[in-house]
Design a protein around this ligand. Structure first.
Ligand code: ARG
Length: 591
């Protein structure tokens, strides 16, 4: 589509301003925030009045006079002090929706020059089980990736594994102590190391927390772990072999877990992949005079005069020469620029890491790792809390594993579906459906909140069929599908039917919302705000349900009207399905 509805309406009103002798830029049209009074509004006369020292009412009147001949509006009212309140012309609305209906992408054209955008999300740490702390990054990042792609960009998702830190050293040190005779620890070992890991995944998942706990009280053990980390990072062959075992087991498990979340990554890179870039990067930073020594460490100053709160220098190397989290993130940017030359890199990470990213972004720009034109964006998210307002825990107070959480929600969803008696499905199908709907409950519960805010994970609320929830959205979609099925059994095909002008107030409200799709979707991506899509589909579902309850659709006798209603339903379904798809959800056919 050349332009979205609001842009077209803005053009109409801008032209009217111009014809009336005023600046065209005053003609910006927005959706009315008083839907009881009008559908669209323009407040340009007020701004114009200030600049021109004129009465806003007179300006608005003159513009309204010009709009009388516009095909876009059926009614234009001037309201004191100088608002333009407008209602759209029904034919115009129908034409716009017909264009949308005829487009596979619902009117969203591919951009002339698509951007290359990298999204850094997921960010799990290898050897530690996925826990709910990583849930938000996966859910939000996946959605941002899909929205960007739907808008026609070249989007690359990178899981950016935490695979190079102390957790590796802790495991190696623990293993060395428990099984010192393994070949990995024999400095004289020649030839290949065993292909089979000396531990299973579940053993690994026990080794890590035990070692981590112990390192907090046992200094000698912690030193050994740090030493092992250092040696791993400097190429110790036995440790590298252990590291590979850990990676293999862990990544297989992570992939399985992400698959259950309907989350996929294009790149399975990690911090370790940045390692070869660290040396040359540090040398260049020194040579260019950006990095200097401070209390033994190597740092890049990143504070700016306008900072309200001082931003501390970005540490590049510790005094013992070890690399840090900032170092791997900067070196990863070196690698990303070299391999993909992205226009934008978006990080979807816990908002408590914001300062880290401020430092990394500034250092990257300052030292020229990333050119000025490349956008670096931090999409920081809040904490998922339990009902007690504290970070979500198991009943025993431990860290909840993601698998457990998903299973709990699946079970609850299944129970609710049975209780609702909404299913005439076999038990197996019901289980499958419950799984799909449960995932929507988890994802929608997360995505419907502004990412930066904390939210309370309330399983009861999230799995409810009523209110602003995933299951409510799914239920509405299933309802539309079922009407369409019934219609086609009786009357045949549902595709390609002609839309009517709205035939009642409820249909009008629904159509008006559908017509906002393009503006909404591009806005959600510009603001990196999937919650805007949730708010949009919640509105559509409410409007659809109001329409459905007030209208006999299939029983309507007038054929043209009946067909038009089905056309509206098909468009509604397409819009909803596109939206849930970019949110990373799927709807069942029946439930
Ligand atoms: N592994 C990190 C953590 O668990 C998150 C990684 C985020 N991405 C990044 N490029 N730093 O906290």
């Amino acid at each position: 589509m050349k332009k979205f509805l609001l842009e077209r309406l803005t053009e109409e009103v801008s032209a009217a301003f111009e014809k009336a002798g005023f600046d065209a830029s005053l003609g910006r049209v927005t959706v009315s925030n008083r839907p009881d009074l009008c559908e669209f509004q323009c407040n340009g006369a007020m701004a114009g009045a200030k600049a021109l020292h004129k009465n806003p009412f007179d300006i608005a009147e003159a513009v309204a006079e010009q709009l009388k001949s516009s095909a876009a509006f059926s009614d234009v009212q001037v309201v004191r002090p100088g608002f333009l309140n407008m209602k759209i012309c029904e034919k115009y609305l129908r034409e716009y929706l017909t264009e949308m209906q005829g487009s596979d992408s619902l009117g969203i054209d591919k951009p002339e020059s698509p951007k290359t955008i990298m999204i850094d999300y997921g960010g799990p740490n290898v050897a530690k089980p996925l826990h709910i702390g990583h849930l938000r990054s996966a859910i939000i990042g996946e959605s941002v990736k899909r929205i960007g792609r739907f808008l026609g960009n070249n989007v690359i998702g990178d899981v950016h594994l935490g695979d190079w830190g102390l957790q590796m050293g802790l495991i190696i040190a623990a293993l060395k102590e428990a099984q010192p005779d393994l070949p990995y620890f024999n400095p004289d070992h020649v030839g290949d190391y065993p292909t089979e890991a000396p531990f299973t995944l579940s053993e690994l998942e026990e080794i890590y927390p035990a070692a981590s706990g112990r390192s907090k009280t046992d200094e000698a053990f912690k030193d050994a772990a740090m030493q092992a980390t250092y040696e791993l990072q400097h190429g110790n062959p036995g440790y590298t072999a252990i590291w590979r075992h850990i990676m293999n087991l862990s990544v297989t498990d992570l992939k399985k877990n992400y698959k259950n979340l309907n989350v996929t990554f294009d790149l399975w890179k990690g911090e370790s992949d940045a390692d070869p870039y660290i040396g040359p990067m540090v040398e260049k930073m020194k040579a260019d005079g950006f990095a200097h020594e401070s209390e033994g460490a190597l740092v890049v100053d990143v504070n700016e005069e306008t900072d309200a709160k001082e931003v501390p220098p970005c540490m590049i190397l510790k005094s013992d020469g070890a690399a840090l989290y900032t170092t791997t993130d900067l070196a990863t940017l070196v690698e990303r620029m070299k391999d993909y030359d992205p226009d934008q890199v978006i990080y979807v990470v816990d908002k408590r890491q914001e300062l880290h990213f401020v430092q990394v972004f500034r250092a990257a720009k300052k030292t020229g790792i990333v050119p000025e034109k490349t956008g670096l964006d931090f999409l920081g998210f809040g904490t998922m809390n339990g009902k007690d307002g504290k970070p979500f825990k198991t009943r025993e107070g431990g860290v909840m594993r993601l698998e457990t959480l998903i299973k709990d929600v699946n079970d609850e969803m299944y129970r609710k579906m049975k209780e609702n008696d909404s299913i005439d499905l076999s038990d197996e199908e019901a289980r499958e459906t419950a799984k799909i709907v449960a995932l929507s409950a988890i994802k929608y519960g997360d995505l419907s909140n502004q990412a930066s805010k904390d939210y309370v994970f309330d399983i009861d609320k999230f799995t409810s069929f009523e209110g602003n929830t995933g299951p409510y959205i799914m239920y509405t979609i299933v309802r539309i599908k079922s009407i369409l099925r019934k219609y086609s059994e009786k009357y045949g095909k549902i595709d390609g039917l002609e839309l009517n002008t709205p035939q009642n107030a409820e249909e009008r409200a629904l159509m008006l919302s559908l017509a906002q799709f393009g503006t909404m979707m591009t806005g959600a991506f510009d603001d990196l705000a999937p919650h805007k899509i949730c708010a949009f589909i919640y509105g559509i579902c409410n409007e659809f349900n109001r329409f459905y309850h007030g209208t006999k659709i299939i029983a309507e006798e007038n054929e043209a009207r009946r067909r038009g209603w089905i056309a509206t339903l098909v468009l509604t379904l397409n819009v909803l399905e596109k939206c849930i798809d970019v949110l990373g959800m799927e709807a069942p056919d029946r439930m």
